[in-house]
Write a protein that binds this ligand. Sequence first.
Ligand SMILES: NC(=O)C1=CN([C@@H]2O[C@H](COP(=O)(O)OP(=O)(O)OC[C@H]3O[C@@H](n4cnc5c(N)ncnc54)[C@H](OP(=O)(O)O)[C@@H]3O)[C@@H](O)[C@H]2O)C=CC1
Ligand SMILES: O=C1O[C@H](COP(=O)(O)O)[C@@H](O)[C@H](O)[C@H]1O
Length: 591
Amino acid sequence: SSRLLLCPPVQFKRQTAPPLPTSEGPCCRKKVPPQGEVFKRAPADRGLLQRWYSDVHPARLSELAAACARILYREVVVAGVLDAKPSGAGGPAPEQGEHTVSITVVGASGDLAKKKIFPALFALFYEDWLPEHFTIFGYARSKMSDEELRNIISMTLTCRIDQRANCSEKMDKFLKRCFYQSGQYNSEEGFHELDRKLTEKEAGKLPNRLFYLSIPPNIFVDVVRSASRTASLPSGSGWTRFIVEKPFGRDSESSGELTRSLKMYLEEEQIFRIDHYLGKELVENLSVLRFSNLVFQPLWSRDYIRNVQLIFSEDFGTEGRGGYFDNYGIIRDIMQNHLLQILALFAMETPVSLAAEDIRNEKVKVLRSMRKLKLEDVVVGQYKGHTRGGKSFPAYVDDPTVPNDSVTPTFAAAALFIDNARWDGVPFLMKAGKALHTRRAEIRVQFRRVPGNLYRGNVGTDLDMATNELVLRVQPDEAIYLKINNKVPGLGMRLDSSNLNLFYSERYQREIPDAYERLLLDAMEGERRLFIRSDELDAAWAIFTPVLRELEEKRVAPELYPYGSRGPVGAHYLAANYNVRWGDISSDGSF
Ligand SMILES: NC(=O)C1=CN([C@@H]2O[C@H](COP(=O)(O)OP(=O)(O)OC[C@H]3O[C@@H](n4cnc5c(N)ncnc54)[C@H](OP(=O)(O)O)[C@@H]3O)[C@@H](O)[C@H]2O)C=CC1
Ligand SMILES: O=C1O[C@H](COP(=O)(O)O)[C@@H](O)[C@H](O)[C@H]1O
């Protein structure tokens, strides 16, 4: 019997891979599905694609899947297939009809929604990544009409490249799909009304629902309770998923409590804990660099790597977010999540495959092998007011929502260690700060010295300066470069340190999508690889909770640093304790 399967998850009986589809849309029609096979792109399909084409990078699979999907959703196909299989993420697949996805941005009046989520959704729409049938709803307490929401959204939408064709036309089409529902977060009334409107828009289609919780963490559970009771799809229908923004708690206990509360209403498979750094291009590329380049594989351990540095800096303060920030501080805001996630990807063992669970299993192992951070391995700082060139920059505590005597760190540096065979004794240094002199995020890998270096007489007295360094610049101006020693051309024998460069803007003539685009698409596809599993979260909090508690109990005074400076000098002493020099500082002390 033939069936058209349109909703995930779908169980496939095929055991062997069909020919690799190409990314040009029409080829999908030719090659996928092969004759007599069932092939329907759906979230589950990507896992299948990954198994079949294990040598193809997931990002490309995603492209292939989406390219095929646009055709397949409408036209596919099938013979002799398969049983739809219920799951926590949605229930059994409906058997016929066109599917639709409804995306509700809860907290639509807020900063993140306006700055990142709506623009990412528009970019996906512009590039034809969204399914043909979709609806976007904003939900918040503020009273607003659909038109008012559209006005707000339209102010932040851009066609990322100025001259892109049909931008305003596309924008109009996109905005027509955006609607607004006002309501409380802890009452079911508003969500009831939302459900009614969603159902109206979904009429005649196979529905799927994605809720993006772009709200302060203290109301996550209220929203999940109300929405899951009144606006979730019934089992047997399509999927209902929730993207949850950070912070996921503020320590091990509160995070555990949050997880338990969410799981009262949702299955783990419905929860997509977002860490947008995992959606950044260079972070995605970290695994490619590691696992598909033989040159790096033998070097990736304590035998050759002297230290690893994970650096985040912003050239602006907590402006406008002081109220939130003061309850969290930079360690929770950046280190425990963004930098630690990068560290886990950097240090994990080779996963069995590129499937989400295989990758997340390896990340958990490495996190669980890490030592709990100690107070003596942490330096904290806070920015103070500063005047430069006649312009005044405020202190952190000048924010009216921050107490005058706040000791919340806006800067921290830390030395972390992984007690396993690969990384024993290698310092992983993290540094994160707000209101510094530059905006930057990078991973720096400093290699050991060349034993018995024949050219030691030519590289100067500072042998550390002569070691190789691999830098992955996550932002801005994405780049990968490797510092090598090179002979300066000429008749003499002078060496200098030069870079082998891969600057993305020079190498690739295409714009890099925003992290939120990739992550929203993945959530719609049911791809969990870039989302945080609850055991990863537990392991991450276990590393930081004791020191966070100690910092707070002792009210450790942060070292003050001027707004726009390079941060506290204490960070250099911390690094020096482990014979490390921060790589973002050149030999003359400047960045
Ligand atoms: N902004 C950013 O750059 C980033 C934010 N995040 C996370 O994303 C989430 C949303 O962030 P952001 O948009 O900045 O948050 P906002 O403070 O802007 O809040 C979003 C919306 O939630 C409602 N809200 C705010 N405070 C309360 C409250 N105390 N009780 C009930 N409702 C409230 C408001 O809508 P209304 O009053 O209309 O109901 C507001 O528009 C947070 O979890 C944040 O930590 C993560 C990374 C970056
Ligand atoms: O999660 C957060 O990230 C932003 C920095 O994100 P980026 O993509 O602009 O680098 C940071 O400003 C914010 O404090 C933090 O909550």
